[in-house]
Design a protein around this ligand. Structure first.
Ligand code: PHE
Length: 342
């Protein structure tokens, strides 16, 4: 004969098996409702208590309450487990596959002109030079007259210079900074001014209407060609990161006396002759010289007291030599394929 204890054991086993079989939070909720809900089995049994004879009611009530607590505890424990299992399943579903190829991220690059300018600025700052920035739209005075370029000089011809409607012009070189810096700074001083310059020229592989120069100047009581050469060699060896071969030739510029052209042994062909050096093995890179007394005077200084040297580096050409770029028009082409190579 099945006693009441036996019946309770059966019920407990059945309920616990039900709970254990719930594989998801939703299943478990159903099991909980089935047993403990308002119309659940345990609830129904508890409701029947009042129909029992009073002497049985107490024992039966205790058993049912024990059952209820046991099922509640089991539901709670299973709830935690199911939650963990579901979290694990979700993590497995969402775990990134690190062997998949990534989405490419294209980083920005510096333009080669920017890279070399920054290197030159860094180099000269460490040698005690100021780094100055002067206007690209310039007056005739600073671009020409102040630089001892008389009114009938061919450089003032309309073909070479972009004139502005207001009578000013786009500077044709960075040399106006020579006069400006003498007026801005107290001598002795050293300075460079990198920047964009403009010439009204037909473009080809080695000519551009807009290009870059870096002017260097030193003003002191006594300056020497030797110190000028040293500064220019530091510049070239800093940019090329090796010994370079140069030669100094006389060169004429109205604002220097004596004037020179510093040529660089072509770094593209090592002097053997190539299109970049026009088969000569040498590239004209650094015109320079001792600042003409008239220019010192235009800068507001007494040429009896102050001397100077100056150079005008062809930065665009230097960049082309350094990176073996064979057409100057690449530099301002805006073509990202160029920039992505550096
Ligand atoms: N300004 C000259 C040019 O653009 C170069 C130069 C600069 C020459 C300084 C001598 C001294 O051609």
């Amino acid at each position: 004969m099945k006693g009441i204890g036996y019946e309770m054991d059966e019920l407990t086993r059945e309920a616990l098996a039900d709970v254990a079989a719930a594989g998801t939070a939703a299943d478990l909720k159903e099991v909980e409702v089935r047993w403990l809900g308002k119309k659940g089995r345990v609830t129904a049994l508890l409701k029947e208590l009042s129909a029992l004879p009073p002497e049985d009611r107490k024992a039966r009530g205790q058993q049912l309450n024990a059952l209820k607590r046991e099922v509640e505890a089991a539901v709670e424990a299973r709830g935690r487990e199911v939650e963990r299992l579901e979290a694990e399943a979700a993590a497995a579903r969402e775990r990134p596959d690190v062997t998949l190829p990534g989405t490419p991220v294209r980083a920005g690059r510096l333009h080669p002109l920017t890279i070399v300018t920054e290197e030159i600025v860094d180099l000269f700052e460490r040698m005690g030079f100021h780094v100055l920035d002067y206007p690209e739209a310039e007056s005739e005075f600073f671009n020409f007259d102040g630089l001892n370029i008389p009114g009938d000089h061919p450089a003032r011809d309309m073909q070479d210079t972009f004139y502005l409607a207001d009578g000013n012009l786009m500077r044709t070189h960075t040399s106006p900074g020579q006069v400006r810096s003498m007026r801005d700074l107290d001598p002795p001083y050293r300075a460079i001014f990198p920047g964009r310059v403009y010439r009204c020229e037909a473009t080809d592989a080695s000519h551009e209407h807009t290009f870059y120069q870096v002017e260097g100047i030193m003003i002191d009581r006594h300056v020497s060609v030797a110190h000028m050469l040293h500064s220019m060699m530091s510049l070239l060896e800093g940019v090329f990161r090796r010994k370079v071969e140069v030669r100094l030739r006389p060169g004429y510029f109205p604002f220097v006396e004596p004037g020179f052209e510093l040529d660089l042994r072509c770094t593209v062909c090592e002097g053997a002759g190539c299109p970049v050096c026009k088969r000569s093995g040498w590239v004209e890179l650094l015109p320079c010289g001792l600042v003409h007394p008239n220019v010192i005077r235009a800068g507001g200084l007494d040429p009896g007291e102050w001397e100077g040297w100056a150079f005008g580096l062809g930065l665009s050409r230097l960049v082309m030599m350094r990176y073996r770029i064979d057409d100057i028009r690449w530099l301002l082409s805006g073509d990202l394929r160029l920039v992505r190579q550096f």
